[in-house]
Design a protein around this ligand. Structure first.
Ligand SMILES: *Cc1c(COP(=O)(O)O)cnc(C)c1O
Length: 387
C-alpha cells in the first residue's frame, strides 16, 4: 500500500489525536494556482472557513492570495494574518451590524451582498461613517453543482444569494443608495464539485446575466465565481494537487469577460484539503459479531465530515505493513454517527498503531468541537517537526 511519507518517529512522541499539515504540499498547491493564474486578470481569494491555522494562513498569505470571509471573525483573522484588506471579500446571508462595521472600518475590497435588506443596512452603516461601501450582488444562478445536497448552494431553493427574478428591483434601488457602489456580481454554487461541467453551466448563466446588466447600462468591473473545486479524497497520494489547469481553463474557454473585467475565485478546500491529516492512535481492536472495529482516540469532535456529510476520508495505518483486513473505523464518542469508515481495508491493526485520516486539511480542525468535554485537537506542521 502506498502511504503518506510522514515523520512517524516524531508522531510517536506527540499526544494524539492531532492535525498534521504538510506545508510542502501546501506550497506546491499554491505554486500551481499561481502558475495557472499568472499573466491574466484572475484573482484567487482563499476561503478562510476551510482552515485558519496560523501556519497554514502564513503560507497562503506569502503566496499572495486574498481572503474570502463569511464572518467578522474571519475578516479579522485575515487582516491579523497580514492579508491586505484590499484583497478581502465578505459574503454571508446574515452579516451582523458589527461585522459590516468591521468591514467598513478596514475598507475591505468588497461586500458580497445576499439580500435587499442587507444592501440597505450596509448603505445605512456606511453613511454613518461617511464611506461608500463597494458591493457585489451575490446572485443565485439556479445551477446544480451535482454534489451532496448539504453543500449545494446555487439552487433557487437554497437560502443563499439574490434570486434572478429580483434583479430588476435591486438595480432600481442603487440610485437611491448613496453609500454603496455596485462593482460586480458574485456566485458560489457549492462545494466538492468534481464534475467541471457544473462550472461550465455557471459560465453560461453568467454570460446571460452580463447581457442583462449591459442592457440596463450597469457596468460590472468584477465577476466573482466563488469556489467549490473538489479534491480527490479516494487517492490523496496519487492526486495531491487538484487539476487547477482544467479548472481555470473552463472559465477561460466559456466565460465571456468584457474588456477591463477582473475575474475572482474563492477556493477553500482545493487549497488546503490535501495538505492536512488527522493523526490518531488505535485504542482498541474489538471483535464484533460479524466484523472488527478499530476504535480510535479521534472522533467526530476532531473531524466531523464523515458524520455530517457522509464524507469519505482515506485511512492509512502508518505503523503496520501486515496483511490487510477489513475494519469499521470508529471514534470514542457516544453517538453511532461517530464512524469514520465501514469495512475499510487496513493493514492488520493493533492497539497503539498510528492512523492517518487523510485529506483533512479543509473543514477539519476548524470544525472541531468539545462535545463530550473532549480537548480540541492540536496541530503541527512539517516545518516544525523537521527541526
Ligand atoms: C465556502 C465558500 C467558499 C469555498 O468553498 P470551497 O468548496 O471550500 O472551495 C467560497 N465562497 C463562499 C461564498 C463560500 O461560502
Amino acid at each position: 500500500m502506498i502511504k503518506a511519507n510522514y515523520p512517524i518517529q516524531k508522531f510517536n512522541e506527540i499526544q494524539t489525536p492531532f492535525y498534521y499539515y504538510d506545508l510542502d504540499v501546501l506550497r506546491k498547491t499554491l505554486e500551481e494556482i499561481n502558475t495557472q493564474t499568472q499573466n491574466c486578470n484572475f484573482h484567487v481569494h482563499y476561503a478562510m472557513k476551510a482552515n485558519v491555522n496560523p501556519s497554514v494562513l502564513a503560507v497562503i498569505k506569502n503566496a499572495g492570495l486574498g481572503a474570502d470571509c463569511v464572518s467578522g471573525g474571519e475578516v479579522q483573522a485575515a487582516i491579523d494574518a497580514g492579508i491586505s484588506s484590499s484583497k478581502v471579500v465578505f459574503a454571508g446571508v446574515g452579516k451582523a451590524d458589527w461585522e459590516i462595521n468591521l468591514g467598513l472600518d478596514n475598507d475591505i475590497f468588497c461586500f458580497n451582498v445576499e439580500s435587499i435588506p442587507e444592501l440597505e443596512v450596509i448603505n445605512e452603516l456606511a453613511a454613518a461613517k461617511a464611506k461608500v461601501a463597494k458591493v457585489a450582488l451575490r446572485i443565485n444562478p439556479n445551477v446544480s453543482a451535482h454534489t451532496h445536497h448539504y453543500i449545494t448552494t446555487g439552487l433557487s431553493e437554497n437560502k443563499f444569494g439574490i434570486n434572478m427574478s429580483d434583479l430588476d428591483q435591486v438595480i432600481g434601488l442603487f440610485p437611491t443608495l448613496a453609500n454603496v457602489k455596485l462593482i460586480g456580481i458574485h456566485f458560489h454554487i457549492g462545494s466538492q464539485i468534481t464534475d467541471l461541467t457544473s462550472f461550465q453551466g455557471l459560465c453560461v448563466r453568467i454570460n446571460e446575466l452580463q447581457e442583462y446588466f449591459s442592457s440596463r447600462n450597469v457596468v460590472l468591473e468584477h465577476i466573482n465565481v466563488g469556489g467549490g473545486l473538489g479534491i480527490n479524497y479516494e487517492h490523496p497520494n496519487h492526486f495531491p494537487i487538484p487539476d487547477f489547469g482544467a479548472y481555470f481553463k473552463i472559465f477561460r474557454d466559456h466565460l465571456k469577460l468584457q474588456p477591463n473585467q477582473t475575474l475572482h475565485f474563492e477556493l477553500g478546500r482545493a487549497v488546503v484539503a490535501q495538505c492536512g491529516s488527522l493523526i490518531s492512535k488505535v485504542l482498541y481492536v474489538k471483535q464484533g459479531s460479524s466484523k472488527k472495529f478499530a476504535i480510535l482516540d479521534a472522533g467526530f469532535t476532531d473531524l466531523i465530515r464523515p458524520a455530517l456529510y457522509q464524507a469519505y476520508h482515506h485511512i492509512e495505518n502508518l505503523s503496520s505493513e501486515l496483511p490487510t483486513e477489513e475494519y469499521d473505523v470508529v471514534g470514542p464518542i457516544c453517538e453511532s454517527s461517530d464512524t469514520f469508515a465501514k469495512g475499510f481495508v487496513l493493514n492488520q491493526t493493533k492497539r497503539g498503531d498510528l492512523i492517518a485520516l487523510r485529506s483533512a486539511g479543509a473543514y477539519g480542525e476548524i470544525m472541531a468541537s468539545q462535545y463530550n468535554l473532549r480537548k480540541l485537537p492540536k496541530a503541527y506542521t512539517s516545518d516544525e517537526l523537521a527541526r
